[in-house]
Design a protein around this ligand. Structure first.
Ligand code: NAD
Length: 489
């Protein structure tokens, strides 16, 4: 049996664990098991499903201190962030449990136009394909709503961080976990018994997943990449703590976050002041080293290939000036793993690869601008539109610009995870994907409306088809439901 063996990206000689690759026959068997389980799970009252999910949340919460170091060791995410990610996944699942009964409730109208029931029905088996950068929360954003709504799920996590999420998923009901790379993801997304695909990842895989699901007429939710601009209006007023939060908005998880602040647009007249304060804040809060060291706020990137790609982006920043940021933890040996020195890069034009592409690593460009209209156009350039931020001392002014930006989520006076809300739908515009996670919309992704309707005309004792009713012709007054005729008093 083939194994996926995961090394610690901070100490590459250390093997953290391994999982077996699921072969195509076993993918098929997992989907069939999930399909078999669907009737029973979806037939439970929502209160029972939610109670089972709450028990799962409690199990994961009780194992937090054991799971957080595992996540840190397989992903390179600092221990506090690993703890935060798992804790947030538990909080999200509990939030789903609180909201699901009301959001999923059927609506019923019974009046003189007839009786109409609209139910929120689960799809069946949901196939989830997830990335490595936040393997627990990004899976939970799919599993929690899908399961609460009565679907069963098959999850394929990334082979680069499969260990912690496998433990977390084992605490939940109605989930099968399979392992492998693109081939396994393809087999899952294209399986005829998968009724909905939920994907988070990059552009190339997203296109392929969308095509694979589309070929089966399977609907999909796609959460893809971003190249988020952070726009500082001329009146921005940042405290030291704001600068520190901003630095971490770009460098948390070594910049490998879909909604990291990836381009900083600063008014030309204030770039010197901004740069000085930014470098000082980075010196205070950006500490590079082993993720298990409690002082460390930035670990390695995920792989040798990612490290080489990001170093090349910085080295190729022709015409720009790359300034190293932050400091190393005492005793840190950068050669032990996939460490990349974080950089702020100034003096680039908007066509430089570091500006025009999603860098997904610890290097951020600072770009000067002159007018608000100009920065709006530059911030919106490109094919991606995941998140953005506007920073201003005047909240109204910030909201006014935010509403004009082409992004699915605009933060004001913060960026990245410090701006998230469980109740706020998150997802991209343009080629950052479609569908939403979080919030009421995130739950509704996993249900379809199914209707039962009897027009009043055809209820026992009703008048039957009226002469003017559809398809016969026009009414003087539009009916309240097609074919419905007010019954005689
Ligand atoms: P990736 O696209 O390489 O892989 C994501 C998942 O898809 C993995 O499980 C992988 O094995 C699988 N996969 C890869 N190719 C596939 C194919 N052809 N068919 C089926 N499955 C396939 O992404 P990654 O490197 O793991 O993650 C980085 C990307 O994810 C970045 O672009 C980032 O911005 C994006 N991302 C988006 C969000 C969001 O919410 N919008 C969140 C996190 C990450």
């Amino acid at each position: 049996m083939d194994l996926i063996t995961r090394e610690n990206p901070a100490r590459v000689a250390e093997i953290v664990g391994s999982v077996p690759v699921t072969d195509p026959a076993a993918v098929d068997a997992a989907v069939r098991r999930a399909d078999d389980a669907f009737r029973g799970w979806s037939g439970l009252p929502v209160a029972e499903r939610v109670a089972a999910l709450r028990r799962g949340a409690d199990t994961v919460a009780a194992r937090l201190e054991e799971l957080a170091p595992l996540l840190a060791r397989e992903s390179g995410k600092p221990l506090a962030d690993s703890r935060g990610e798992i804790g947030f996944a538990v909080a999200f699942l509990r939030w789903v449990c609180d909201e699901a009964p009301a959001v999923l409730a059927a609506t019923e109208v019974d009046d003189d136009a007839g009786r109409l029931v609209v139910r929120r029905k689960p799809y069946g088996v949901v196939g989830c394909v997830t990335p490595w950068n936040a393997p627990v929360i990004l899976a939970m954003l799919k599993l929690g709503p899908a399961l609460a709504a009565g679907n069963t799920a098959v999850l394929k996590p990334s082979p680069l961080a499969p260990l912690t999420i496998t433990e977390v998923a084992a605490a939940l009901p109605a989930v099968q976990v399979i392992h492998g790379g693109a081939e396994t993801g393809r087999a899952l997304a294209g399986h005829p018994l998968v009724r909905k695909v939920a994907f988070t990842g990059g552009d190339a895989a997203g296109r392929e997943i969308a095509a694979t699901a589309g070929a089966m007429i399977t609907p999909a939710v796609l959460e893809l990449g971003g190249n988020d601009p952070a726009v500082f209006l001329p009146d921005f007023a940042l405290s030291d703590a704001d600068y520190e939060r901003l630095v971490m908005a770009s460098f948390a998880t070594a910049g490998q976050v879909c909604m990291a602040a990836k381009r900083l647009y600063v008014p030309r007249a204030r770039t010197a002041e901004f740069t000085e304060a930014y470098l000082a804040a980075a010196e205070r809060v950006l500490v590079v080293g082993d993720p298990l060291d409690p002082e460390v706020t930035m670990g390695p990137v995920i792989s040798a290939a990612a490290a080489a790609r990001i170093r090349a982006l910085v080295a190729d920043a022709a015409g720009g000036t790359a300034t190293p940021l932050g400091r190393s933890a005492p005793g840190h040996d950068p050669a032990s793993g996939y460490f990349v020195t974080p950089h702020l890069v100034t003096g680039l034009d908007d066509h430089a690869p570091l500006v025009a592409q999603e860098q997904f690593g610890p290097a951020v460009p600072l770009l000067a601008y002159d007018t608000e209209e100009e920065v709006l156009v530059r911030a919106d350039a490109g094919e991606l539109g995941l998140a953005a931020s506007v920073w201003s001392a005047d909240e109204e002014r910030a909201f006014a610009l935010a509403e004009r930006l082409g992004a699915g989520f605009v933060f004001v006076n913060t960026h990245n995870r410090t701006g998230m809300s469980l109740r706020a739908p998150f997802g991209g515009v343009k080629r950052s994907g479609y569908g939403r996670e979080y919030g009421r919309e995130g739950l509704l992704e996993y249900v379809q409306s199914a209707v039962v309707h009897v027009p009043a005309a055809f209820r026992p004792g009703g008048p039957g088809m009226a002469p003017g009713a559809y398809p016969g012709g026009l009414h003087d007054e539009p009916p309240r439901s097609a074919g419905a005729v007010r019954p005689p008093p």
